[in-house]
Write a protein that binds this ligand. Sequence first.
Ligand code: I6G
Length: 670
Amino acid sequence: MRASQKVTDRIKRLREELNYHNIRYYTFDDPEIPDSEYDRLFRELQDLEAQYPELVTTDSPTQRIGSSPLESFSEIEHGVPMLSLANAMNEDEFRSFARRVSELTGVKDIEFAAEPKLDGLAVSIRYEDGKLVQAATRGDGNTGEDITQNVRTIHTVPLRLTGKGIPPILEVRGEVFISSAGFEELNKKMISNGGKTFANPRNAAAGSLRQLDPKITAERPLEMICYGIGVVNGAKLPAFYSEIIDWLQGLGIRISPERAVLNGLDQCTAYYRDIAERRESLPYEIDGVVYKVNSIAMQEELGFISRAPRWAIAYKFPAQEVMTVLLAVEFQVGRTGAITPVARLEPVAVGGVIVSNATLHNMDEIRRLGVRIGDTVIIRRAGDVIPKVVRVIVSRRPDKTKVIRTPSRCPVCKSELQKEEGLSILRCSGGLYCEAQRKEAIKHFAARKAMNIEGLGDKLIGQMVDVGLVNNPADLYSLTQSKLSDLDRMGDKSAANIIEALQKSKQTTLQKFIYALGIREVGEATALSLATHFGTLDAIIKADEESLLEVPDIGPVVAKNIVTFFRQKHNMDVIDSLINKEVRWAEQTIALSNTRLKGLTFVITGTLSALSRDEAREALQSLGARVAGSVSARTSYLVAGDKPGSKKDKAEKLGVSILDEKQFMKVLEN
Ligand code: I6G
């Protein structure tokens, strides 16, 4: 059946609308319609295209996964070479770069455009009359591989440009990457499908982009952010790099939300420090900051040196992955008896600190890595996260290595180890008989987010358990100044401070008390849910699995852990003893009813004078609000304390309501 004009027009309209909403969602992070409405339009287009296959075009939003697997990638020659960037490894090198630019141009305070350097793969995409026709890898800079069919599957890449003044030919260049959250999800999926995991998001992105079957690529959470142009025909380009980038954004291309225009060296180094500080809270991995001379005329004047522009530099952060040697493996016992193999390493600088230990997670991970003692390994440390071994360099394996064997007994109390069905975790069966578990349980109880016993550090707890002064959390409240003074290096004043801190900690909240008990998999958020749902400790103790499942965020495993915990006599004895020793909290009278802020999402930034950020978060959560780490179009309010940083700029850009501290306190008190 031939399609009528009405059908042809409807298909055209649907494509335009879907393209528009795609760009609103992916490029601007600012959806206009709910997902359900998008899905409805999408299905309508799919149905019409199924009825009239002759009307299917390659730039239709339904055609992201169009073609069948390739035999190999063909080559594409770049019309304008894809260059690389020179690196600066420290501030001196960055200053030399800026000085050189000033000398060559004769301008003292140069204006630079800056943005974080994403840790992904450079890709060039060609649009003809606004339609995506080709995508290529960087390759050797002159010739790359044709990965068009794979790039088409990336939702943040528009298949059609939008807006006015679309040039006949436009090549955009940028970085294809996988976000940190996407990487975690992908690796979980790889494990559950029995596949191999990726060592880091960059490897995952590279592996995903070089798939011959676009159906596989389509299942990977690839994203793209653009930072430049290649061949452009039929457009008058602006005189500044930052304006070219804004122009690209106007055409629907996603660009870095962190970009900035900076004047002179001091602003550049301040920007570097700000991005370095926020590195871990960005949703993707970056390995430095790229600075470009903003004036295109100046860029042209500066030119290139050995295939790198003289007008740009990548000022790198300290490496997060480095090579070292595995010297030994020790097994540590955690609070719940879980045994963790810990790698002892030849000390090495990574991410700006010296590391000599890294986690190996569990025996399955050791087998997966195929690691042996004596091997050269790659370790990774991102921010405050515990360093981990991510890969073995097998080609560097020496003749004599030692296989790592699974222990059969607890290294501390010699109890038997048990392996839980379906899980990789080995657990000591000693319970509180095991000194290591006792120490960890008490450390957890005393921690800031639990009972917040100031001055009671890990070493001191270790010593108290070693000499038999404390065997469980309740024993802490039987301590006296004279008993404490008998310990090594404990002066009268310190002992008195600890007794005072213990006394002070007795007044707590139900949430903190539940959290402090250390029930397996009951973190702060679950403890809060339990406290607000049930209101009293008694009600939580009496709850069966069925009623626990009614609590938001509690699933069958956690429900079972909670019931099992309260069924154990020794746990109930400790709770009774704590209450006898006058640990107290106000009953959670806000139970159930207090969901005044339900459905609202808050982000907190800067310093508040009346509350810590943790306290502000808890207060919001106790009123039913969600507290997120970064600002997006879905944020309801940004709470901005002193020195709010870039989150405030982003909120302003997105039109998110901003509360100062006074307004925020009113919201809480209302
Ligand atoms: O590899 C790169 C990452 C980021 C770049 C780049 C960039 O700009 C933000 N810019 C250029 C010009 C080049 N590589 C060659």
